[in-house]
Design a protein. Structure first.
Length: 51
């Protein structure tokens, strides 16, 4: 899995609740749109870089 390889599942205490999970994703420069995870083109700003 892409998110596993990015190390996002290392601290499982942070992924049990939506707000914590979204904060972790944003902190690491990732976002999820629908069912698609992607690295943000500009961390901290909406949008997914699918290149």
């Amino acid at each position: 899995m892409i998110l596993d390889a990015a190390g996002l599942y290392q601290d499982t205490r942070r992924i049990g609740y939506r707000r914590q999970w979204e904060a972790l994703l944003a902190e690491k420069g990732w976002s999820i749109a629908g069912h698609v995870a992607g690295k943000e083109s500009q961390p901290g700003r909406p949008g997914i870089d699918r290149t």
